[in-house]
Design a protein around this ligand. Structure first.
Ligand SMILES: Cc1ncc(C[n+]2csc(CCOP(=O)(O)OP(=O)(O)O)c2C)c(N)n1
Ligand SMILES: [Mg+2]
Length: 315
């Protein structure tokens, strides 16, 4: 049965994600944040919609653009901020930074900077779930650029062959760094091809939080009836630069009007309009206080000791 979409919860998670990244922008030039950041501003509706649909049983595989996936999962915000600051109370004891977040308690697997690496890992996890007859569905977030890698298609093949419980969430912001999808692949390069592997693939028509929520619920319901990999292609647009905190329009590689339109159609505002002002104000206060506490937690944390410099570091 379909759970009703909870606008209040969606607004809270969306605002927490947006405001967290706005705080990163505000603090970035102070150099307190010790790692590069890949912001999701403009793409948050996907992470929020997906997270509203899934349960604690689901396991998340994300990537270097993972703040929104992590925050919308309600993973530990204090530890995320300490990680950004390179402090020992961070999610990777300060050695991973923004691109290597994790929270085992929330089944949020460690992320990686290498495009597509989490995809075969996610499929392996789904294989283990099925093999051990355990509950849960794997959620595998990836970009459009990740589908340019051979391992993506190998992973779809394996997932389909073994009828694995996995949902590939393709966040299609049309760009791999500054190269448009049209310059990288022929025709409709994701959904049609995924179907050829036997994956139940759909391009989502809308781009609101509720659209992504509904699509995820449909996938979960299908998987409950018959274990089979699903893929949803979610159109989105990032407002900021590929990496760092700059404006997406600064480098003149993309259509400015398109960015302006996306900003005008921000789903955060649509959600806000559906709520009573008293609720909106209470959520704003809660979000501000959570973020301020997390930044304070990061400020008050220590850097790792020199003698642990090489601990848990792999290369
Ligand atoms: C294997 C590998 N190749 C190239 C890179 C450099 N790189 C970093 S991000 C990126 C673009 C990926 O685009 P997409 O999957 O669409 O994700 P987005 O950044 O748009 O969220 C590339 C090519 C990398 N990190 N790893
Ligand atoms: Mg992309």
């Amino acid at each position: 049965m379909k759970k009703k979409f909870n606008v209040e919860k969606a607004y809270y998670l969306f605002l927490l994600t947006r405001k967290s990244e706005e705080k990163i922008i505000e603090l970035y030039n102070t150099d307190k944040i010790k790692s590069p950041v890949h912001l999701s501003i403009g793409q948050e509706a996907i992470a929020v919609g997906v997270n509203m649909a899934i349960s604690e049983d689901e396991v998340i595989f994300s990537n270097y653009r993972g703040h929104a996936h992590y925050i919308a999962r309600e993973a530990n915000l204090d530890k995320m901020w300490a990680e950004l600051y390179g402090k020992s109370r961070g999610t990777a004891r300060g050695k991973g930074g923004s691109m290597h977040l994790n929270d085992w308690g929330k089944k949020f697997m460690p992320t990686s900077a290498i495009v597509s690496t989490a995809i075969p890992q996610a499929v392996g996890y789904a294989y283990a779930l099925k093999y051990k007859n355990q509950k849960g569905v794997v959620i595998c977030y990836h970009g459009d650029g990740a589908t340019d890698e051979g391992v993506f298609w190998e992973s779809l093949n394996f997932a389909s062959l073994h009828s694995l419980p996995i949902i590939f969430i393709c966040e299609n912001n049309k760009y791999a760094i500054y190269t448009h999808q049209d310059k990288r692949a022929m025709n409709d390069p994701i959904v049609e091809r995924a179907r050829a592997f036997g994956v139940n693939a759909t391009k989502i028509k809308g781009s609101s939080t509720e659209d992504f929520y509904n699509a995820t619920i449909d996938c979960l319901n299908n998987i409950e009836k018959e274990s089979k990999p699903h893929l949803i292609e979610c159109n989105c647009l990032r407002w900021r630069d590929h990496v760092g905190v700059g404006d997406a329009r600064d480098l003149n590689y993309r259509n400015e009007k398109e960015v302006d339109e996306a900003i005008t159609n921000d789903d955060l505002l649509s959600l806000e309009k559906k709520l009573p002002i008293s609720t909106v104000n209470a959520i704003k206060l809660k979000v501000d206080s959570q973020i301020n506490n997390a930044v304070r937690f990061a400020e008050d944390s220590k850097f790792p000791e020199v003698n642990e410099l090489y601990d848990n570091v792999y290369g």
